[in-house]
Design a binder for this molecule. Structure first.
Ligand code: 48F
Length: 265
């Protein structure tokens, strides 16, 4: 019995990993924007792998505000909560409160149920950079990084990569620093996050969600961090709408590429 338990886990983990060595979309970061992007992309039949450094995906959503485990969502994003069956309470005007643990676990459940694969405890340290296009991820165990161990990584190929790493926009930073490139921001550089301004930040999170360099997309706080916009604190409508938007942009791009490829064959 002991052997069955171990070999079952090893066999099924490695077949999952091998099946995801080349995907349509690789997402870095399992915060709300990454999870929602994973859900919408997987729902439309894309092969999606999401990599999260921590043990539990969910990013900054579990803790609500200052560990009061409630979050605020505005009317514009209610359709996403409804679609996922997430419960909410009307608070005042266009604002609704949601239990953050309920919401975070629902996002994880629906992303995986739709077919996205989540690899937790995995850190992204770099990207694959082919002919000036971001074409995949360089992955390693998060504890390897934490311990500072000199261990070479593995590689995941992807038609599109999403930086959903939150405030630090780690992937865009790495790509810009290592490859002497201009990205699609007003300065051509990673502009860095500004201080808190809720309304402006919520709007610009969605506006700044885009392909910032061929093959590399940004969502959530990474979108604002990349384009130099504000943080917003514990209101999450913008995160959900950003994840939905990036999924739409990528689906459209992949559909166009598929049409061009079939025309060329
Ligand atoms: O920060 P995070 O929750 O991303 P988000 O989708 O949402 C932001 C909100 O939570 C909140 C806010 C909303 O009002 O301002 O902050 O933009 O989640 C980002 C996830 O990415 C993981 C990190 O552990 C977190 O769970 N992450 C960051 N860098 C890496 C990574 C990396 N290099 N490799 C793997 N995972």
């Amino acid at each position: 019995m002991e052997q069955i338990v171990s070999s079952g886990i090893i066999d099924s983990y490695f077949s999952k990993l091998k099946e995801n060595l080349a995907v349509d979309v690789a997402i870095v970061g399992g915060g709300p924007s990454g999870l929602i992007a994973a859900y919408y992309l997987a729902k439309t039949g894309k092969k999606v792998a999401l990599f999260e450094r921590k043990l539990a995906p969910g990013g900054g959503m579990w803790g609500g505000a200052m560990m009061f485990n409630e979050i605020m969502v505005q009317k514009e994003a209610l359709h996403i909560l409804k679609e996922l069956g997430i419960e909410y309470k009307h608070y005042r005007d266009d604002y609704y409160t949601v239990d953050s643990v309920h919401a975070t676990s629902a996002l994880t459940y629906h992303a995986t149920k739709a077919g996205a694969r989540i690899f937790n405890c995995t850190s992204i340290e770099d990207v694959v950079f082919h002919n000036n296009i971001v074409s995949g991820l360089v992955i390693n165990w998060a504890p390897v990084h934490r311990e500072g161990m000199h261990v070479d990584p593995l590689i995941i190929m992807a038609k599109a990569v999403i930086d959903g790493t939150g405030h630090d926009c780690e992937i865009v930073h790495t790509v810009a620093r290592k490859n002497d490139i201009k990205i699609d921001t007003p300065s051509g550089k990673v502009m860095g996050e500004r201080s808190l301004a809720v309304e402006e930040a919520e709007r610009t999170t969605v506006d700044n969600t885009k392909e910032v360099f061929p093959g590399l997309f940004v969502s959530g706080m990474a979108a604002n961090g990349t384009s130099g916009s504000y943080r917003m604190g514990p209101i999450f409508g913008g995160m959900l709408l950003s994840g939905q938007k990036v999924a739409g942009i990528i689906s459209e791009k992949l559909a166009k590429e598929a049409i061009m490829e079939s025309a060329n064959n």
